[in-house]
Design a protein around this ligand. Structure first.
Ligand SMILES: Cc1ncc(COP(=O)(O)O)c(C=O)c1O
Length: 403
């Protein structure tokens, strides 16, 4: 239950709140954006992106080590967002495909601002990547090391390890990139010697150790995260001349009223505890934390109808535009763009794709919604537009960045 006098909407904040019954985002009425651009439309807030980056930077400062902050552009590659980041020198980039590298450079990032970490890297990927001499490449397999070494011996590189432990949103193992089950990401301890030998054979200098073990962790997961970093340190200690530890991304944002925002001071204290005396530069590459709560997906309710005992709201976008609820079972919160008078009631918000899993939220309490009302999905700034597909030929949407 919210405190007396507190907002009944857990997600309300300075730049996302109701004003006289109308949802406002980044200073604009969401209803007006829906009218101007139509729906489906993704709307992003430049000021929220800046704030999120500034908050991380402030926390990194407390570690007392040099640091680099890269944005995982797989989260959202909308060119105006990347251009803003490059122009204002807010961060570097984490890229995971040659096309991402070139897109980031097209938006104003320099080669030397980009760190590359990918999986299942092909020879043709490597042929493209080695043309970028100042691009930093982290190898996540012995095979990649060998083939990169054959093409570009003597290069400075990074090794992505798999510490066989993972962390993510709550207990959701779908968001773990390493853990009890074997995963495709990174070099395990059993292969580490082989990796070091392969690098040495091709005179590749390992300057970075990299790990990314999952997505969406919050404060409750920090003890596990600390164990993961402690394990990573044992790998780092075996690489003479190591300069940087890249701790990946994974920092989460609240998805429900039960989630507490990640305390970045506590997060930074964990890093300081494990790597404060290491002499290493700390590098991180979050995507979600920077972009997720900086975006809404605005949709229109087109079908409001009760089936048996369930009140359905059908909307003009589907899981193909925001896949996380369907793929990862991440809770997603649709909110009313206009607060109509009347008691809230439980509804199920369903998309317009002919697939049973195309449900955004089940049994969620919303104020009265009528056909043609706009709805906004919050936390749609990351892994939504960038993962969209044209399934059922319903892949069209607009994107707008508000300054
Ligand atoms: C290697 C790597 N770095 C960073 C990220 C960004 O993760 P997040 O958006 O959870 O911060 C990912 C996400 O998949 C990743 O695979």
């Amino acid at each position: 239950m919210p405190e007396p006098g507190a907002s009944p909407f857990w997600w309300e904040r300075d730049q996302l709140h109701y004003d006289k019954g109308h949802l406002r985002f980044a200073g604009e009425k969401v209803q007006a954006i829906a009218r101007r651009f139509g729906t489906p439309t993704f709307v992003y807030s430049a000021s929220r992106i800046r704030e999120n980056l500034a908050r991380i930077r402030e926390a990194l400062e407390t570690i007392g080590r040099p640091y680099r902050l890269h944005y995982a552009m797989k989260a959202n590659r909308f060119a105006p967002i990347l251009t803003l980041m490059a122009n204002e020198k807010l961060c570097g980039i984490d890229a995971c495909a040659p096309e991402e590298v070139m897109h980031a450079m097209g938006c104003g990032f320099k080669e030397s601002d980009i760190s590359y970490t990918a999986t299942a890297v092909s020879n043709s990927d490597l042929d493209t990547l080695v043309r970028f001499k100042k691009l930093h490449i982290n190898c996540d397999a012995v095979s990649t090391l060998r083939r990169l070494g054959q093409r570009d011996p003597g290069r400075d590189i990074g090794l992505r390890i798999n510490p066989a432990m993972g962390v993510g949103y709550g207990e959701n193992e779908l968001l773990h990139y390493s853990g009890n089950a074997t995963t495709k990401f990174g070099i395990y301890r059993e292969q580490f010697d082989e990796a070091l030998e392969t690098a040495a054979k091709h005179r590749l200098s390992i300057t970075t150790l990299h790990l990314h073990t999952g997505c969406g962790y919050l404060g409750k997961q920090l003890p596990v995260w600390e164990q993961i970093l402690t394990e990573a340190k044992t790998f780092a200690d075996r690489i003479p001349g190591l300069k940087t530890i890249n701790l990946g991304g994974g920092l989460g944002v609240p998805h429900t009223s039960r989630d507490t925002p990640l305390d970045l001071k506590a997060w930074a204290a964990v890093i300081k505890n494990v790597f404060g005396d290491s002499g290493l530069t700390i590098e991180i590459e979050p995507g979600d934390y920077i972009a997720k709560d900086a975006g809404l997906l605005i949709l229109t309710a087109n079908t409001v109808e009760t089936r048996q005992t369930t009140r359905y709201i059908g909307v003009d976008g589907g899981f193909n535009l925001a896949v996380e609820p369907a793929f990862y079972h991440l809770p997603f919160e649709p909110v009313a763009v206009r607060l109509r008078p009347g008691a809230p009631c439980p509804v199920t918000v369903a998309g317009n794709i002919n697939e049973a899993l195309d449900i955004f939220a089940e049994n969620i309490w919303l104020p009265p919604i009528q056909e043609e009302d706009a709805l906004a999905l919050i936390n749609a700034g990351a892994y939504a537009s960038s993962m969209s597909s044209n399934h059922c030929m319903r892949g069209k949407f607009r994107e707008v960045l508000l300054f």
